[in-house]
Write a protein that binds this ligand. Structure first.
Ligand SMILES: NC(=O)c1ccc[n+]([C@@H]2O[C@H](COP(=O)([O-])OP(=O)(O)OC[C@H]3O[C@@H](n4cnc5c(N)ncnc54)[C@H](OP(=O)(O)O)[C@@H]3O)[C@@H](O)[C@H]2O)c1
Length: 360
């Protein structure tokens, strides 16, 4: 069990009033996370195909005429990825849930890059399947092809179990089922221009129970914020490798699918959905050298959306200590993320749960 998982379990046995004890347990565990090396996951020995500095956006050519659709653009890595794509001449359709925040984001992007940028927003709440379906329809009416769909938006470390209106645990509903349906519904537009699907996962895939809890998918028993978040990110990653197999079986090798993660980046993730305690911990972590700016966190997804000659079977992210920071490239992926039996079962369950069927 990961340190965060253990802390979750210890905490859940306390009465809610014992705040100070919880802080005392949380803080050392946070520093343990920072200072305990994790050499299994950081594969420094493999040469980075992009050289010592790893992949950077300097490699992106002119993107005029290319269209990118991205979820979760109002802050963090999604905002940075949008800004960089636009700066290279791309057309970007943002899928954001909050109209005020998306208008503010567009205003900021125009202030930064000029009024001529080609950006628009389609309102979409990843946690509501009807909204995802409406948004996919609106995108289909707005663009003729999608060069890359970047599945970036997410919530994390939700303190108590919450259930979406479609009936799923909130992190599974937003991060996984929302993107599962979106990808399926936008596939025709992606296929039209030999495009890509890019999933932004997390090193959390290797924390928690490291599989899918099929007998209690919504964590009605033993809910912990970290286990539930980790499951949703594992599900996102697993479904990308399963998608690759299904595309290949259907002879649709013109569509590529990639899995990546942003390492440990200074974004709003925990401050949006995490508990007071987690906000405090990650606030402290942001001060450590083992976190990086949000812009660097956007590099893996930008690379997967634009770079030629990538390996679909790889997992891309920072290659430095614990894969939290450092040069971007391919690195170790634990075998449970490619457990075929679990991935197949998850896929079949996801089509049944969402009612969305992939038209291969
Ligand atoms: N930061 C890290 O260290 C880290 C580590 C591992 C993985 N990640 C992954 O990186 C990705 C980007 O996260 P971030 O760190 O940049 O966090 P962030 O700053 O909080 O950005 C998350 C984005 O997702 C959007 N979002 C949340 N719930 C949504 C919903 N129901 N419908 C539509 N959009 C929704 C947010 O929109 P609102 O503004 O409306 O809330 C926001 O734009 C996520 O997939 C996350 O799991 C991050």
């Amino acid at each position: 069990m990961s340190i965060l998982g253990k802390v979750d379990r210890i905490e859940s046995s306390f009465p809610k009033s014992i705040r100070l004890t919880k802080i005392c347990i949380r803080l050392p565990s946070c520093f343990l996370l920072i200072f305990v090396p994790n050499n299994k996951t950081s594969d420094m020995s493999t040469a980075n195909q992009f050289g010592k500095k790893g992949w950077t956006p300097d490699r992106i050519n002119d993107l005029t005429g290319k269209t990118f659709v991205i979820t979760g653009t109002t802050s963090g890595t999604g905002y940075e990825a949008t800004r960089i794509l636009l700066s290279k001449g791309a057309t970007v359709v943002m899928l954001s849930r909050n109209p005020k925040k998306s208008a503010d984001t567009i205003a900021l992007l125009k202030e930064t890059l000029g009024d001529a940028i080609k950006v628009s927003n389609v309102q979409m709440d990843l946690g509501v399947q009807a909204s995802v379906k409406n948004a996919a329809k609106e995108v289909s009416e707005r663009v003729t092809g999608i060069d890359a769909l970047l599945c970036n938006g997410a919530i994390a470390q939700v303190p108590e179990q919450q259930i979406t209106e479609d009936g799923w645990e909130s992190q599974m509903g937003v991060n996984y089922f929302g993107h599962f349906s979106l990808q399926a519904l936008l596939l025709p537009l992606i296929e039209k221009v030999n495009g890509r699907i890019v999933t932004v996962g997390s090193m959390g895939y290797d924390m928690g129970i490291k599989t899918i809890k099929f007998d209690d998918l919504d964590w009605d028993k033993d809910y912990t914020p970290n286990d539930a978040y980790s499951q949703s990110k594992l599900a996102q990653i697993m479904s990308i490798y399963e998608l690759q197999d299904r595309l290949e079986q259907a002879g649709k090798t013109n569509v590529k699918a990639y899995a990546c993660h942003p390492g440990s980046s200074r974004t709003n993730l925990i401050s949006t959905s995490g508990s007071f305690m987690m906000k405090m911990i990650f606030g402290l972590m942001k001060l450590s050298p083992l976190t990086q700016p949000a812009e660097n966190g956007a590099y893996p997804e930008l690379m997967c959306a634009t770079e030629e000659d990538l390996d679909q079977k790889a997992f891309y992210g920072p290659t430095g200590r614990s894969n939290w920071v450092g040069p971007v490239g391919a690195h170790y992926l634990a075998p449970h993320a490619k457990d075929k039996a679990v991935a197949k079962k998850l896929w079949d369950l996801s089509e049944k749960e969402t009612g969305v069927h992939w038209n291969f």
